[in-house]
Design a protein around this ligand. Structure first.
Ligand code: NAD
Length: 488
């Protein structure tokens, strides 16, 4: 499929239909591939959020989704996954244009993984049981889980489809209605998804999509008194705002998947340094480093630091920035020119702070007008520098030499984040000890970014406290009810 054949949905999706913003206003969504405008999109604000939430509440109370049997909801979600697979080309192209992802990744990873997520929860939901509490013989005490009602899902731009699916699939599977607020930088795939969801049989009002700015549509959703829960993925600062909105409105529950500064610890006995270097390269340069759990720090035993740095330089050389629409591209565009400036600013600050820039650090322009950056390697001994402590969200890897295992652990735990970490060692005892001591929601041993829908994903410390994926996520979208029946 080529760009001219693409149908772009640009209105909000409210109560089963596309509609303009009540104000009639729009905003431009621009492709970071070449800086060109893709569409004018409905600029949802408080009024549109209110329309969406009221439609979601009506749908919840109508009960044709919330009270349907789980197998029936499951079938619809599986059908949605099939429709996404059938529209793979269109969805992949939208994602690549709107975000700058390489089209090959969008085809092989973003769309199939998002579709698989709907299928996974669709397959799972009629196999989840409640409990019976232990009581005396004169009572029957049932512990069941019920949907929350209206869920607001607020997502970022780095993996628009996948992160939306991580929230929508368990929320819908458990019978909730949802209002999705995609990031203003990347609203297009969410609107295409809404259309497919309706085609799959999700009733009107059960899934609504309100595109718009964070301070307008996002805040209105966070403060809406009829929203029972906010499932948020994004930055730490905005996550905190959602807690504030909840506290100042109806005390809705808020789950937060926030940023990261994930370390990869390469110890002196790492079994295969080539494999580690390759995983480190992919771990930071995939999606131009705009991954919440990107392995943005390497903590390496001093004795092998030179050898590893040489291998990482080779890796960096393999990630040549290119046109996201070329099948062979592995490093596409960053989300926007503005974000690229921020990332370059981090590197310049590191340089001024005395860190050693080993590779990259500069913009490039494989497609004129686009937002591209060369893979960047930085080395420093100073763990207090902002380049070590702050999330950069670009193709920038910081290398920190360590004296021994305890020093490596202290460096690894020495930021406010705790999303993920990896350990490369041949010693099972060291691996087990570090896995237990690393304060991170996921720890990998001798691999990076291995995952499945069966494993939970989320952070500790400032990286948040919710868990996406796996059966655990079902708990985030349900509440527990006790029913005590007297048998006396
Ligand atoms: P962001 O926090 O700026 O925006 C995320 C969402 O919040 C967007 O939809 C945005 O419109 C909305 N928003 C922004 N300001 C708001 C406000 N004042 N009130 C209400 N809503 C508002 O994040 P981003 O720049 O889009 O995404 C990058 C961040 O997301 C990074 O920090 C990254 O680590 C994080 N992230 C985390 C995970 C995870 O699972 N832990 C996954 C992906 C991205």
């Amino acid at each position: 499929m080529n760009v001219s054949e693409l149908t772009i949905r640009s209105q909000a999706f409210l109560d089963g239909e596309f509609a303009p913003a009540a104000s009639g206003r729009t905003f431009a969504t621009v492709s970071p591939r070449d800086g060109r405008e893709l569409a004018q999109v409905a600029r949802g604000d408080r009024e549109d959020v209110d329309r969406a939430v009221r439609a979601a509440r009506r749908a919840f109370e109508r009960g044709d989704w919330a009270l349907a049997g789980p197998a029936q909801r499951g079938r619809v979600l599986i059908r949605l996954a099939e429709l996404m697979d059938a529209h793979l080309e269109e969805l992949a192209l939208l994602e690549a244009l709107d975000t700058g992802h390489p089209i090959g990744d969008a085809r092989a990873v973003d769309v199939p993984n998002a579709a698989r997520c709907f299928a996974w929860y669709g397959e799972a939901i009629d196999k989840v049981y409640g409990q019976i509490a232990p009581t005396a013989a004169d009572a029957l005490a049932l512990i069941s889980r019920e949907p929350l009602g209206v869920v607001g899902a607020v997502v970022p731009w780095n993996y628009p489809l996948i992160i939306a699916a991580w929230k929508l699939a368990p929320a819908l599977a458990t019978g909730n209605s949802v209002v999705l607020k995609p990031a203003e930088q990347s609203p297009l795939s969410a609107l295409a998804l809404a259309e497919l969801a309706a085609e799959a049989g999700i009733p009107p009002g059960v899934l609504n999509v309100v595109p718009g700015y964070g301070e307008e549509a996002g805040e209105a959703l966070g403060r809406h008194p009829e929203v029972d829960k906010i499932a948020f993925t994004g930055s730490v600062a905005v996550g905190r705002r959602f807690q504030l909105y909840a506290g100042e409105s109806n005390g809705k529950s808020v789950s937060l998947e926030l940023g990261g500064k994930s370390p990869q610890l390469v110890l002196a006995d790492a079994p295969d340094l080539d494999a580690a270097a390759s995983a480190i390269g992919w771990g930071i340069f995939y999606n131009a480093g705009q991954t919440c759990h990107a392995g943005s720090r390497v903590i390496v035993a001093r004795s092998i630091a030179d050898e590893l740095v040489a291998l990482l330089q080779e890796q960096a050389g393999r990630f040549v920035p290119g046109d996201p629409l070329e099948e062979s591209t592995v490093l596409g565009a960053l989300i926007s020119d503005e974000h690229l400036d921020t990332v370059i600013g981090h590197v310049e600050r590191a340089r001024a702070d005395g860190a050693r820039i080993i590779a990259g650090g500069e913009r490039c322009e494989p497609v004129p007008g686009g937002a591209y950056m060369a893979p960047t390697l930085i080395e420093t001994e100073d763990a207090s520098l902002p380049i070590v402590q702050q999330e950069v969200f670009g193709p920038v890897l910081v290398i920190q030499p360590a004296d021994d295992v305890d020093h490596a652990l202290a460096l690894a735990n020495g930021t406010r984040y705790g999303l993920a970490a990896a350990v490369w060692t041949a010693n099972i005892t060291t691996a087990g000890r570090l896995a237990r001591s690393l304060r991170a929601g996921t720890v990998w041993v001798n691999t990076f970014d291995a995952a499945s829908l069966a494993t939970p994903f989320g952070g500790m410390k400032d990286s948040g406290h919710g868990r996406d994926r796996s059966l655990q996520a079902l708990e985030a979208y349900t509440q527990c009810k006790t029913t005590w029946i007297s048998l006396a």
